[in-house]
Design a protein around this ligand. Structure first.
Ligand code: PLP
Ligand code: ZN
Length: 422
């Protein structure tokens, strides 16, 4: 098995990856050169970026731009990253959620609202890091298999960078997510099958074609690091403190594992005080392989065939699932799952209490938060953050049957009164 796409340059210019020094294997610790590799040549374990960080201060970070590049010293990107055209994602709002907190009986609750990123999901963060790596490695095509949001982010980032994009999606994807890609690229490819089929195809293409950077395949270690910025921002926006509890949606599990990595790095660098925190994962019952393994108390994740409205979370064989299990257990969190109906309720609940319109992934997270409270798994006296990872306008169909006009009336005062709205 080939673990790299040899056709992309292996050596990049000096400083191309900032303070990153190697790719290291999560399983055996083996180190390989920074490049388009994603699996350990010794044991096939996943590779992740290792760094040699200099001392970093709050002031240096605060002096940076209001986007993810304020944390560039902690990312595998060059020091002049701001000079390269990119979508400049991040530094999204951390909103106090007092109404939702009251509704659920939680003392202290925040929503990290990543729906306001350039293409309205957290995927802009990971794609910005993958784009930098693709550029530094001399890739000619910027590509991805996607459950929807990733394709939107790749297509937009490639357009800004002036690099050819080809994005692959399952053919049954929500129409708004298809349009949100196709508007940026002429090469949206709808594949007959589910995400796991699309992903398999992408792996084949990455191994065969020259110069293709698949953001979540052959440059995945760089891509994944982008999710750390969610963790950095939450800590910085809380006044350089870690929350006590955080609820994060799980598809491949990458985001959850990287928020944990980010918290650990901040502690290690002395940028926040060391303290215990609990990480909770949120899945849909129609695609809950990690939640199922968590409940069963087992370490192995049995892949499932996704069947849920939460399409952005519909990965039946999650690459980082086992690490999510480890982190949830080690931190005293949990991985919980909810039904499609609960997801729809979650979307409306967040909208009506906080004025935030989330997509099905955020509906899942909100509904899981509620379930964690109801089942006593979450400590309602502790400070809690939930992540809204995407915008509701992309999954309108999920709630269009549930919300709508309360009344349709003629344009007369009498009709208004008769409708009982006064
Ligand atoms: C991709 C995605 C996720 C989950 O990402 P993973 O890192 O694969 O677990 C969550 N929410 C939304 C909206 C997404 O698009
Ligand atoms: Zn290894």
């Amino acid at each position: 098995m080939s673990t790299a796409a040899p056709e992309i340059q292996k050596t990049a210019r000096d400083g191309a990856f900032g303070n990153a020094v190697a790719l290291s294997c999560r399983e055996c610790g083996n180190r390989v050169e920074l490049g388009p590799s994603y699996a350990c040549p010794e044991c096939f374990g996943p590779l992740e970026v290792a760094y040699d960080f200099p001392a970093i201060t709050h002031e240096e970070i605060a002096a940076g731009p209001a986007n993810i590049w304020r944390y560039k010293a902690l990312l595998p990107v060059p020091t002049d990253i701001e000079q390269s055209p990119n979508t400049e994602p991040g530094f999204t709002r951390l909103l106090r959620a007092d109404n939702l907190a009251r509704e659920l009986g939680i003392a202290d609750l925040w929503v990290k609202d990543d729906s306001t990123n350039p293409t309205n999901s957290f995927k802009d963060r990971v794609v910005a890091c993958a784009l930098s790596a693709a550029r530094e490695l001399g890739a000619k095509v910027f590509a991805c298999p996607s459950t929807g949001n990733l394709a939107n982010a790749v297509a937009a980032a490639g357009a800004r960078a002036g690099i050819r994009t080809v994005v692959f999606i399952p053919s049954n994807l929500e129409q708004p997510k298809q349009v949100n890609s196709a508007v940026f690229t002429d090469s949206l490819v709808a594949v007959e099958g589910n995400y796991d089929d699309v992903n398999k195809l992408a792996q084949e293409i990455a191994a065969e074609e020259e110069g293709w950077a698949f953001v979540n395949v052959n440059v995945r270690p760089f891509y994944a690091e982008g999710s750390k910025t969610l963790g950095y921002e939450i800590a910085e926006q809380l006044g350089w403190r870690l929350p006590d509890q955080i609820v994060i949606p799980v598809a491949s599990g990458s985001q959850l594992t990287k928020v944990h990595k980010a918290f650990g790095e901040l502690i290690e660098l002395g940028l926040v005080e060391d303290k215990p925190y609990r990480i909770f994962g949120a899945q849909a019952e129609g695609c809950g392989p990690v939640a199922t393994a968590y409940k069963a108390g087992v370490d192995a994740i049995r892949p499932v065939k996704p069947d849920t409205i939460a399409k952005s979370l519909a990965i039946g064989n999650p690459a980082d699932g086992i690490y999510v299990l480890d982190i949830a257990r080690a931190t005293g969190g949990a991985v919980e799952q909810v039904t499609d109906d609960e997801i729809r309720e979650g979307i409306v609940l967040l909208a009506r209490t906080e004025g935030v319109f989330t997509e099905t992934a955020g509906g899942t997270t909100t509904a899981v938060l509620k379930k964690l409270v109801e089942t006593g798994q979450l400590d309602t006296s502790l400070e809690t953050v939930i992540i809204n990872t995407g915008h509701g306008l992309k999954t309108l169909d999920a709630v269009s049957g549930r919300v709508g006009p309360r009344a349709t009336i003629p344009a007369s005062y009498d009709a208004f009164e008769a409708a009982g709205l006064a």
